[in-house]
Ligand binder design. Structure first.
Ligand code: NAD
Length: 359
């Protein structure tokens, strides 16, 4: 299948492939949309089996960033970079400097940041060749670890969903959490602080026991989390937690967590709806992380220091957007996953139209 036939290509402004002979860099940068502003999305390093697999991932992830940035009401479009390689054995400073040169060729149409397999330490080298890098440490505009902001956004959204679905606050409500890492661990603290009862799991025993000790959570093995007696299921590990296999096992009335791509496919989104479960679309709920990055880009562009109050205002706005999704889904009796996608696409088309008229 050619690039142009790929279902994920639809809507993309540009897909750019880079090869640097000296360093061995092979990377794809997909720019889905710049209608709302420069495309922003992290850089992932992964040992893809083929160039096509890397390209497909870049296409899928860049479009997801357009939706996420639109739902977070940021003046940013969506883009994503993927570097083909093993992040444990193939990283070099020169490779990331070459990646920086690739980003620079796009002249500010794409801002990069860290993602799976890429750390702030790697981006320091990219920064030597381009200024379009967010997520560096140790300067006044730096936004730091996005996880606390992501956790705060998820917490606010989860409270809203529980209020809508159960008509109550979180005191005494049981939340089953899959993954208690950077975001999940902080979310667990917030939930415990308002009196929620926690059932948690993680494949990393160290973080699992630390979170249980802090919050009084009950620990279950990873495979048992789907069967936990809980009103809320919070996926905070990897993608694909909600599938045709796991959904029938869930007892929860609400699904609200931090993980990206929680629904294994679109059919599962419809099945979640059919079961009467309120699902908070993941890219709406976990928008805090990109809001934090956007705060850094904004500060860099203005030559100012990072402003946490701006970030907090955007988190409030994110909660309003989630309300809009829930209201419309209820009024139209449709899955939240479909309504969120429609709102995101609409926000992007409106921005594109405004840009065309201004031109
Ligand atoms: P993390 O790696 O710190 O935490 C994930 C945790 O899940 C780890 O402790 C890991 O051991 C655990 N885990 C992995 N597989 C598991 C399994 N099968 N069962 C149980 N536990 C499992 O990552 P994070 O930064 O906390 O991110 C969590 C999720 O949220 C990811 O999907 C990430 O893409 C998404 N997300 C994170 C941010 C952010 O700001 N960090 C922003 C947006 C989205």
């Amino acid at each position: 299948m050619t690039l142009f036939d790929s279902a994920d290509f639809e809507g993309h402004e540009g897909v750019h492939a880079f090869f640097d002979e000296k360093t061995g860099l092979k990377c794809v940068i997909a720019v889905h949309s710049t209608a709302r502003g420069p495309a922003a999305g992290g850089c992932r390093m992964w040992p893809y089996a083929s160039a096509e697999a890397a390209q497909d991932d870049a296409l899928r992830l860049s479009r997801a960033m357009s939706y996420k940035n639109a739902m977070a009401d940021l003046d940013l479009g969506g883009g994503k970079a993927v570097i083909i390689g093993d992040s444990r054995t193939q990283k070099t400073p020169a490779l990331f400097e070459a990646f920086g040169r690739a980003v620079e060729t796009l002249g500010g149409r794409y801002w990069t940041a860290e993602d799976v397999g890429v750390s702030p330490g790697d981006l320091v080298h990219a920064r030597k060749a381009t200024r379009y890098v967010a997520g560096l440490e140790g300067h006044p505009a730096a936004s730091g670890d996005p996880s606390p902001v992501t956790a705060e956004g998820v917490f606010r959204g989860l409270c809203l969903c529980v209020q809508r679905a159960l008509g109550r606050d979180l005191a005494g409500v049981t939340v089953a959490m899959q993954g208690v890492g950077h975001v999940g661990g902080r979310l667990a603290d917030k939930l415990a602080a308002v009196g929620a009862k926690l059932v948690i799991t993680d494949v990393n025993p160290e973080v699992l026991h630390a979170v249980a000790a802090r919050t009084g959570a009950r620990i279950v093995p990873p495979a048992a989390i789907f069967d936990a007696e809980a009103e809320v299921f919070a996926p905070c590990a990897l993608g694909g937690a909600i599938s045709a296999e796991t959904l029938p096992r869930l007892r929860a009335r609400v699904i609200a967590g931090a993980a990206n791509n929680q629904l294994a496919d679109a059919a599962v989104g419809r099945a979640v709806f059919a079961r009467g479960i309120l699902y908070a679309p993941d890219y709406v709920l976990n928008g805090g992380g990109i809001i934090n990055v956007a705060g850094e880009i904004r500060a860099l562009e203005r030559g100012e220091a990072f402003d946490p109050a701006w970030v907090d205002g955007k988190l409030d706005r994110l909660a309003q957007t989630l309300e809009e999704v829930l209201d419309r889904a209820k009024a139209e009796n449709r899955p939240t996953s479909e309504v969120a996608k429609e709102i995101a696409r609409n926000r992007i088309s409106l921005a594109a139209e405004a840009k065309r008229q201004a031109a």
